[in-house]
Design a protein around this ligand. Structure first.
Ligand SMILES: [Zn+2]
Length: 70
């Protein structure tokens, strides 16, 4: 019997059993960061687009310190 193939919702690679439905801890963390960002935005709405971009960037940097990897 074949299990349905799960694909990482972040990068679309095949999911690893250990990190389902993600392929890696990194992608799981990115997903978590997205939720964190949504919560943060609801809790304290940015004053303008500029501020919102900065907030998103700061979260991205924390999750993805080396943009050359991946
Ligand atoms: Zn992934």
């Amino acid at each position: 019997m074949n299990k349905p193939a799960l694909h990482c919702p972040i990068c679309k690679k095949p999911a690893q059993e250990k990190f389902q439905p993600f392929c890696s801890k990194r992608c799981a963390d990115i997903d978590l960061g997205r939720w964190f960002y949504e919560d943060y935005r609801i809790a304290s709405p940015p004053q303008n687009e500029e501020e919102e971009k900065e907030l998103l960037n700061s979260i991205k940097e924390r999750l993805d310190p080396d943009p050359n990897v991946g």
